[in-house]
Design a protein around this ligand. Structure first.
Ligand SMILES: [Zn+2]
Length: 397
């Protein structure tokens, strides 16, 4: 039975230029049909959402979040918090993100695979939340970026074992640390960490299990190592040179830029209470990060939306700022919105979401105003009048 019709407004299918005057027919949890409003039957028992004056788009997908992180200026105390608190915080954050229009989150690293339990609690119906794509513990070198919540490995055999452990626990994407980063004290964003051989072993295990891989990669050598090791997406990609960009094109590797992460640290600065090591490193990489994004965009690298939500002052619910940053750095609104819908679905290996076309899962949002003329509208939750997940209205305001 048809049970929901979203009628009128500006309709975006997740890829093509938006159109006026369309109606989306949702049956059970799927989009059944998209047709001109004029062709709708005059009588229907379906619930009707009148989207006049609104934009209708696929539920947003954030390919890079840290769902158990608070986004406080200084979250260094988190490592002392018990898993139970982090799990409850993850549920809380998931709910906030759903309320702000994000129906799918790819979680990029989680101590003790807490994200898998959060996902289970959602699937069991204990709590309401977005679709969660889990990565469990990130694979890093001993003392490398992310070691505090990661699986430290040294040598290809151990990397293979670490990867197998995550796959055994049920992760859907494997997160691998190719370089140092901003948020771990004592490591350098520009320096390579896991070797090609170590990463290749982990990637091989993930791919054998039919899972994608994502790598935290900031420095140029580490980015190239990751591409040669077969990684599927480069997260952050701060120091991209022309050769790295060409390699990404040749190997069909996507970029998840997370412009919001250094943005918040640089804006907040020391005065906000962010640890000095993070402020110093973020200031140092800020300009290169934007340049790399522009370079990748110009070259036609696949770019998917990700925020690194949970890093300092990068609080859950503010994720839509990334749209503004992407547009300021040269994307059109259509490109930025595609990055968070059909392209994100492709990078997350979830072809059944990210598009509002017949046969896809019915994840959709209705936003007051025209987000193609002002992507900042997405930043105010009050503008998100409906969030629909799996054909069900989960938020209406
Ligand atoms: Zn991250």
């Amino acid at each position: 039975m048809t049970h929901l019709i979203i009628k009128g407004g500006l309709y975006f299918d997740g890829k093509n230029s938006p159109q006026e005057g369309q109606a989306i027919i949702i049956m059970d949890n799927k989009v059944q049909e998209v047709m001109p409003v004029a062709q709708l039957p005059t009588e229907t028992s379906a619930q009707i959402i009148d989207a006049t004056g609104c934009t209708v788009l696929p539920g947003l997908i954030d390919c890079h979040v840290h769902i158990t992180s608070s986004g406080e200026a200084d979250s260094s105390g988190d490592r002392l918090e018990p898993d139970t608190l982090l799990a409850l915080r993850g549920v809380h954050n998931g709910h906030i993100l759903l309320e702000s229009g994000f129906t799918t989150l790819r979680n990029m690293g989680s101590r003790n695979q807490i994200d898998i339990q959060i996902k289970r609690s959602m699937e069991l119906g204990y709590v309401v939340g977005p679709r969660l794509i889990t990565s469990g513990m990130c694979i890093c070198m001993t003392g490398g970026h992310g070691w505090m919540g990661g699986r430290e490995v040294d040598g290809a055999d151990e990397a293979r074992k670490g990867a197998r452990e995550q796959l055994k626990a049920g992760v859907e994407v494997l997160k691998i640390m190719a370089t140092g980063g901003v948020m771990t004290p004592g490591v350098e964003p520009g320096s390579a960490q896991l070797t090609i051989e170590e990463m290749r072993a982990a990637v091989e295990e993930a791919h054998k299990a039919g899972r994608k891989t994502a790598t935290h990669a900031q420095g140029t050598t580490g980015i190239k190592n990751a591409i040669l090791a077969g990684l599927d997406s480069i997260e952050h990609g701060i120091f991209l040179d022309d050769e790295a960009v060409q390699m990404m094109l040749d190997h069909d590797v996507a970029l998840v830029p997370t412009l919001a992460a250094p943005h918040h640290i640089v804006q907040g600065g020391l005065a906000s209470g962010i640890p000095a090591y993070a402020v110093e490193k973020a200031n140092r990489v800020f300009a290169s990060h934007k340049e790399s994004f522009k370079k990748a965009l110009k070259a036609g690298v696949t770019i998917a939306f990700g925020t690194d939500c949970g890093t300092p002052l990068n609080k859950p619910g503010q994720n839509a700022l990334e749209f503004q940053l992407m547009v300021e750095a040269g994307m059109t609104p259509l490109q930025a919105l595609t990055a968070a819908t059909s392209t994100a679905a492709q990078v997350c290996d979830r072809p059944n979401i990210g598009s509002l076309t017949p046969g896809k899962l019915a994840d959709a949002i209705v936003v007051r105003g025209n987000v193609f003329s002002d992507v900042c509208l997405l930043q105010d939750q009050a503008n998100i009048s409906y969030v629909i997940k799996d054909g069900q209205i989960v938020v209406s305001r």
